[in-house]
Design a protein around this ligand. Structure first.
Ligand SMILES: [Zn+2]
Length: 133
């Protein structure tokens, strides 16, 4: 193993063991946290976008309906980000639903959006995830 002469975090001259990369735990932790920062930021931004999307979809429902129709324009206006979803579902009618956690949607031929909400009463069952159309 080649010896590092300088701390990978602060560039101070290293003393002691030949396999040292950092002068102390603070430098080691700082270096590792900085190295992870981009992916942590990416994940936080995507998680936030997903949470925001789910809230937008949730707010479209009133009463205790599990399926509604609205225009895609409304979702755009509410700030829905179509790039992020948690899963897809292919129905028996060959429609692809894009799910954001418990709420999925598909786009109809005229740009209408069919929303389908999974009911939490049977959260363990996949049956309620299936939209009717
Ligand atoms: Zn250091």
């Amino acid at each position: 193993m080649a010896r590092l002469n300088f701390c990978m975090n602060c560039s101070k001259k290293l003393k002691g063991r030949i396999d040292k990369k950092f002068c102390n735990d603070f430098c080691k932790n700082t270096f590792n946290n900085n190295a992870k920062a981009p992916v942590n930021n990416l994940m936080r931004n995507i998680n936030n976008a997903l949470a925001r999307n789910r809230k937008i979809l949730e707010n479209c429902f009133s009463d205790n309906k599990s399926e509604i129709t609205l225009s895609k324009e409304i979702l755009f206006q509410l700030g829905y980000n179509f790039n992020y979803y948690t899963g897809t579902l292919l129905t028996e009618n060959n429609h692809v639903y894009y799910y954001c956690y418990n709420i999925g949607f598909r786009e109809g031929p005229q740009g209408e959006i069919y929303l389908s909400k999974m009911l939490f009463t049977n959260f363990d069952s996949d049956i309620n995830l299936k939209p009717t159309g």
